[in-house]
Structures are given as structure tokens and as C-alpha cells.
Design a protein around this ligand. Structure first.
Ligand code: ACO
Length: 331
């Protein structure tokens, strides 16, 4: 490992994504549980979600998203020396799903591990990868958010089952040495991470290898409590991120939030005074894909040429833990 070099930055050079082929619209859920398209769309903004096929694993989604991100970046898999994969739904209890991705892509010897911060996972993974790149421990990183959340839902619990979907997104980060005196250098400007385990019971899976051997558990959530924390904690971390960069809300070109609920997204946009067209929204079509939601949204926004080089992009997320965080990028 080389000595820390604060003049080095991580820039995003590619984005990719993958969504399973099967789309389940709200109307389909009406036939299997006591819910309605009107309830789901009015309370959450969700119209449909993608659901992984039988046998389609989180690693399969992650590999497809990674290949798409590497192609977009014009980077060969062999150049990747760090893979950080955020997931709550790994293929297996161990090893990390990241090593399956590494083997499939063909970059043996690179650093590869998973990060578990639920819906904040991608922001955590991005912060970790950024730190690796800035200190010189890696040069080219693949940061992935991938989930098969449908596998840990209680399909008899209408309060949670309607909210989530499956998918994967990825970005390629490259370390660049900053030119001294450069006015507005591109790259990740700052990352801000938090957790408060006292709120564990607001959102968790009621199983796992150590607590209930042989049973992975399903999602349990107090929706109202999560909603209340989301508004408060996201506002706080966004203020912190803006202050760290000397920015005011009007400096933000794009808000790319975690896609949990349209009402939370709209609330944050209103707070920042951002016009709706400056907010990347996918929750209507993807539902909540947990750690995959932000990289999927970045993939969509870059595919449609919405985010342009030099734009200031604000990412924010909150999830089980509770964990939350934000990231400011000059694209
Ligand atoms: N269909 C129909 N009715 C439903 C459904 C459903 N799918 N789910 C709940 N209801 C009913 C409830 O049973 C309740 O009925 P009752 O009044 O007869 O008891 C009624 O709707 C209201 O339920 P609430 O839970 O109070 O509804 P609320 O307005 O709070 O909306 C929601 C629920 C959408 C989950 C909201 O609390 C929310 O968005 N919370 C944030 C949680 C979130 O986004 N979690 C995702 C994971 S965490 C993250 O990513 C940030």
C-alpha cells in the first residue's frame, strides 16, 4: 500500500445496470394478496417491479450490471483491482458474492468483498472504494449494488411485499491524480456515512446464520417509523454534505436518491428547492431495489444523457440499521 495521497480523486467513468426480465405490475399483486394498485401507487409511487427468475441469483444480476458498466467505461475486466459489492441478499452466507463476480469477470487477485448496509449499501460501498482509491490501494474499482430482495420478502405481508424489487447497478471508478490549482476537479467530492443501531427494530430480517441457524428470515418493518426517520436523517445528512463542500441547494444539478418511496423523494426535492426534472426517479418502475436503486438510477440517467460531465450530483440513502449517508460528485 502506498502512502495516503489527498491529491488523488476517484472519478466515475462508467455506469451499468441489469433488471430481471419478469415484470410484476401492481395489478398482478391484487390477485395474490389483499392490496390494490391504487393503494400501492398513491402511498409509494410504485407501479411495477422486476422479479428475478427461479435460479437467477444476486451474483448473476451483479455480473450483468458489471459487464454493462465496464463496457460503458471502456475498461477491460483485467484492469479492475477492487470490487466492492453492496448487498443484503448474498448468494450464500459465505463467501462474499463479490468473489463470484470477480471469478466470472476474470480479474483474479483483485480485492473483492461485500458490504452490508441494506438500502444505504451503495453509498457505503462508494465511500469505501473512494477511500481505497484515494490512498492508492487500488486504481480501478467496480462498485456494485445488487439485490434479489424478493427472496427475503414475506409474500403474506402486504405492508412490505409490495415495496421491493430485484436488480443490480454498477459504476466504475478510476483514481486520477489532481492537477495542482485545477479549478473544478471532477470526482467524488465528499462522502458522509452514519448508523444508529438503536433503531434496529424499525427494519430488519427476522433470521440469519447466528440467530436462527438454517433460516435466513424475512423483512419486518415499521413503515411509519422508517418514514419518520427517513425525512429527518436524510435532511440532516444532505445539509452536512452541502456544508462540507460550501454548496447551497442551488448548486445541485441532480439529486439521485435511494428509491424507496415517491413521497420521501418528493419531500427531499422540495426541501432542496429542486425542480422535479432535476431528480432521477425510477421507483415507479423498479420499486425499492435496496442497494441497487442508486446505481440503477445513475445508469438510467447516464443512458439518457441527463447527467453531463461537470454536473454536481447528490446521492442520498437510508436503510435498515438504521444506516444512512450521502455523497457529492462532480460528474
Ligand atoms: N395494500 C393495502 N393496504 C395496505 C397495504 C397494502 N399493500 N399495506 C398496508 N396497508 C394498510 C394497513 O394495514 C393499514 O390499514 P388499517 O388502517 O386498516 O390498519 C393502512 O393501509 C395504513 O397503513 P400504514 O402502514 O399506516 O400506511 P402508511 O401510510 O404509513 O404507508 C408505507 C405505508 C408506504 C410503508 C409508508 O409507511 C412508507 O413508505 N414508509 C417508509 C418505509 C419504506 O420506504 N421502507 C422501505 C425500506 S426502507 C428504505 O428503503 C428507506
Amino acid at each position: 500500500m502506498s502512502a495516503p495521497d489527498r491529491l488523488r480523486r476517484s472519478i466515475v467513468i462508467g455506469c451499468g445496470g441489469y433488471l430481471p426480465a419478469r415484470i410484476v405490475a401492481n395489478a398482478e399483486l391484487e390477485s395474490t394478496m389483499d392490496t390494490s394498485d391504487a393503494w400501492i401507487s398513491e402511498r409509494t409511487g410504485i407501479l411495477q417491479r422486476h422479479i428475478a427468475a427461479d435460479g437467477e441469483k444476486t451474483s448473476d444480476l451483479a455480473i450483468a450490471a458489471s459487464r454493462s458498466a465496464l463496457a460503458h467505461a471502456g475498461v477491460e475486466a483485467g484492469e479492475v483491482d477492487l470490487i466492492v459489492l453492496a448487498t443484503t441478499t448474498p448468494d450464500e452466507t459465505f463467501p462474499a458474492t463479490a468473489v463470484r463476480v470477480q471469478a466470472a469477470l476474470g480479474c483474479p487477485g483483485s480485492i473483492a468483498f461485500d458490504v452490508q448496509a441494506v438500502c444505504s449499501g451503495f453509498v457505503y460501498a462508494l465511500a469505501i472504494a473512494d477511500n481505497f482509491l484515494r490512498v492508492g490501494q487500488a486504481r480501478t474499482a467496480l462498485v456494485i449494488g445488487a439485490e434479489t430482495f424478493s427472496r427475503i420478502l414475506d409474500w403474506n405481508d402486504r405492508g412490505t411485499a409490495v415495496l421491493f424489487g430485484d436488480g443490480a447497478g454498477a459504476v466504475v471508478l478510476k483514481a486520477v491524480d489532481r492537477v495542482e490549482g485545477e479549478a473544478s476537479p471532477r470526482g467524488i467530492l465528499s462522502t458522509h456515512l452514519h448508523a444508529d443501531g438503536r433503531h434496529h427494530d424499525a427494519l430488519f430480517a427476522d433470521g440469519g446464520p447466528s440467530s436462527t441457524p438454517g433460516r435466513v428470515g424475512v423483512v419486518r418493518m415499521n413503515g411509519r417509523e422508517v418514514f419518520r426517520h427517513a425525512v429527518e436523517k436524510l435532511s440532516g445528512v444532505v445539509e452536512e454534505a452541502l456544508a462540507a463542500n460550501g454548496f447551497s441547494p442551488s448548486d445541485i444539478d441532480w439529486l439521485v436518491p435511494h428509491q424507496a418511496n415517491r413521497r420521501i423523494i418528493d419531500g427531499m426535492a422540495r426541501k432542496l428547492g429542486l425542480a422535479p426534472e432535476r431528480v432521477v426517479v425510477t421507483v415507479d418502475r423498479h420499486a425499492n431495489t435496496s442497494a441497487a436503486s442508486i446505481p440503477l438510477a445513475l445508469w438510467e440517467a447516464t443512458k439518457s444523457d441527463r447527467i453531463a460531465p461537470g454536473d454536481i450530483v447528490l446521492l442520498e440513502a437510508i436503510g435498515g440499521g438504521l444506516t444512512w449517508g450521502a455523497c457529492v460528485i462532480r460528474w
